[in-house]
Design a protein around this ligand. Sequence first.
Ligand SMILES: [Zn+2]
Length: 156
Amino acid sequence: MNPFIIPLNDWAAGERNFLSHAGLEFFQKFGNTEILDADVNVEIRVLKKSAQKVEADLHLSGTVTVPCDRCLEPLEISVDATPSEVFTPGEDPDWDLSQAVYDYVCLSLPMQRVHPEGQCNPDTVRFLSHEEREDEEAEAEANSPFAALKGLFDSK
Ligand SMILES: [Zn+2]
């Protein structure tokens, strides 16, 4: 049973409130492997203006756990978003808000997902910065005059 399907047929115009929850299984159903855990409460205030126009104000609040970009250890991120949606009911008497809920939670995640300074796992950070150093060395080699010469010879 999808907890984000709003039935629209069995009530007249007016306002209704729904309370749902998005846990880890919800995100897994969308094929998301980045989210390690989730605990997001979803309040939905549905305003049915007419049979042709329905609006919803959502309040997504809770936490989502993703791997830290720096140390790969779980990082809990707070989610607090209040998006709005508009729906024009056609043949479908139900309004499925799951895609919207999924999208808004993903959109609310920051681009940079790292623990506060000093809270990363030092073991994995060391490992990662070592990898980075190797990349830099490889890059420096590629930028050296010899690499450029090598490129010249190769192109002949
Ligand atoms: Zn970290």
